[in-house]
Design a protein around this ligand. Sequence first.
Ligand SMILES: Nc1ncnc2c1ncn2[C@@H]1O[C@H](COP(=O)(O)OP(=O)(O)OP(=O)(O)O)[C@@H](O)[C@H]1O
Ligand code: SF4
Ligand SMILES: [Mg+2]
Length: 362
Amino acid sequence: MTLTVERATNVGPPAADVLLDVRDLRTYFHVMDGLVKAVDGVSFTIKRGETLGIVGESGCGKSVTSLSIMRLLDIPPGEIASGEIWLDGQDLLTLSPEEMREVRGNDVAMIFQEPMTSLNPVFTVGDQITEAVVQHTRMSKKEAWNKAIESLRLVGISNPERRVKQYPHELSGGMRQRVMIAMALSCDPKLLIADEPTTALDVTIQAQILELIRKIQDETDSALMLITHDLGVVAEMVEDVAVMYAGRIVERGTVEDVLVRPKHPYTEGLLTSIPSKGMRGSRLNVIKGTVPNPFNMPKGCNFAPRCPYRFEPCGAYDPRIEDAHPPDVACWLYTPAPGQTSAPRQSGPERQAGPMTTGAPT
Ligand SMILES: Nc1ncnc2c1ncn2[C@@H]1O[C@H](COP(=O)(O)OP(=O)(O)OP(=O)(O)O)[C@@H](O)[C@H]1O
Ligand code: SF4
Ligand SMILES: [Mg+2]
């Protein structure tokens, strides 16, 4: 089914160095109780070869954002109500399902949290990689089979000639994730989306898989969009970060800016009690209170019920990052609220600066 999506702008394709340009994406779910605005006006860009991390508490819309880019949502109950998703010069939301199948694998590939859900249990890993390669290249089956062996070797699987004939259940979790990476990379995508790629794995394997993603990303110069709960992983793996809350980006910037000098009270809360030096395995801090009920969003700022700094305008006006000055934080502490001539803060509270490391070998 071809999508009918309200466009966000009329400005046309982004500059040539921008690989992914997501503009005012709104993805909703129609459920029994009403409408869930899972992604509610998200915009960001990734340049060719660059890396973006997306962080935020569970349910804030990270996976729905990536599934919207891949056009892998269940529609219905899902709906991409409006937006534009420009990838390499074409708006994916205007493509037919056949054209989109071409894009997936050729231009963009995704690695999921649990590889078992995306590998087919009844085919060998060789068959699955071969099929992906044949679908997206002009290679013969024989050439694609050899390419599958080569890809498995590239992702560090020993004895790939034997492994290629095995079924997913015969492999360990770490090896299955390597197979997913091999499959994702076998067609040289321009953009790799990794949604919590290591959460299901034990710590040593996590570090190896991250190192592998980083090495391959470096070598192939593909861009990377990495979704993670682990701030150490963000610090090690990406250059830029977007922090999501309740379906929106509330702060964005370089890793240095966001993790060392967080501006938004939500980001500050996520980072509280995590020393910026040695962030190995640091998960997001649990912030007091709960994420707002999607059927009963607070008036004004979505974060107000949990925010220690809330003040008068917060309960009345909704801060949007598109209207923010400075541009990268959606909060009335920084942008003068309607009726105000100035904002209380110019910069975020400085955290202890220092090198940030993960368990991943460098
Ligand atoms: N198929 C669906 N039907 C209804 N609601 C959905 C569906 N998929 C996601 N949602 C809702 O959309 C919101 C965003 O979900 P999403 O999976 O993107 O969260 P997330 O940030 O990836 O969380 P996590 O860190 O737990 O993976 C949630 O409120 C979720 O309940
Ligand atoms: S706008 Fe107000 S409530 Fe929202 S995060 Fe900023 S200070 Fe807190
Ligand atoms: Mg998710």
